[in-house]
Structures are given as C-alpha cells and as structure tokens.
Design a protein around this ligand. Structure first.
Ligand code: ZN
Length: 110
C-alpha cells in the first residue's frame, strides 16, 4: 500500500513557475485507498507538491461550496437532486512558509 495518491492538477510552482502536474501533486486524503493512483481534484481536500526544479513546497486546501441545488422531482420513490459545486483552491501560505524554512535549513547543514 502506498502513502499517498497523485492529484490530477496543473499549477505553476510559487517560487520558480515550473509547471507542476499530476506527476508532482500529492494528497493523503482521498475517498480511495492511498495506492499512488491519480485522483481527480474534486476528491481531495488538501494537495501539496515538492517542486522538482527548485525544491519549494507548494500546498493548497480545496474549498467546496454548493452554489445551486436543482430538484428534479421524485421518480420511482427516488428524489433526484443535482448540485452545482464550486471548487476554490486556497494557498496554505503559513504551512508553505514553515515547510520551506525547514527545507532551506536542512539544505544548509553540511
Ligand atoms: Zn519551483
């Protein structure tokens, strides 16, 4: 069993603009087992990437807001509801700063 899943997401590194992809973004929270599978962004609440180019830590929290609910009535005793959900990526700046400071300190050690 793996320790994380990959996340299907593309965003540039905050420090060097290197394009981070599903080969870089990881998560530990998914509805699926952590078997190093690529999971869609909407299944996760947190994602992070260690930039392979400059070594910077990038981290986001995914916020989900239900913006619309469409009630499609009742068919055969089943209530059909369609929800529109908006996903917003919030940068975890505090966490990034803390981890990057640790990484930089580790690099300076002989
Ligand atoms: Zn970078």
């Amino acid at each position: 069993m793996g320790m994380f899943n990959w996340v299907d997401h593309r965003a540039p590194c905050r420090r060097c603009q290197y394009e981070l992809t599903s080969k870089n973004w990881q998560t530990k929270d998914s509805v699926r087992p952590l078997w190093c599978e690529v999971v869609p962004l909407f299944e996760v609440e947190n994602l992070y990437a260690l930039c392979p180019q400059c070594g910077a830590w990038n981290q986001y929290t995914v916020q989900k807001h239900v913006t619309e609910v469409h009630n499609h009535g009742v068919n055969f005793g089943v209530v059909e509801v369609v929800k529109t959900i908006k996903y917003t990526l919030i940068r975890d700046e505090e966490e990034e700063r803390r981890i990057n400071a640790d990484l930089d300190a580790a690099k300076k050690k002989p």
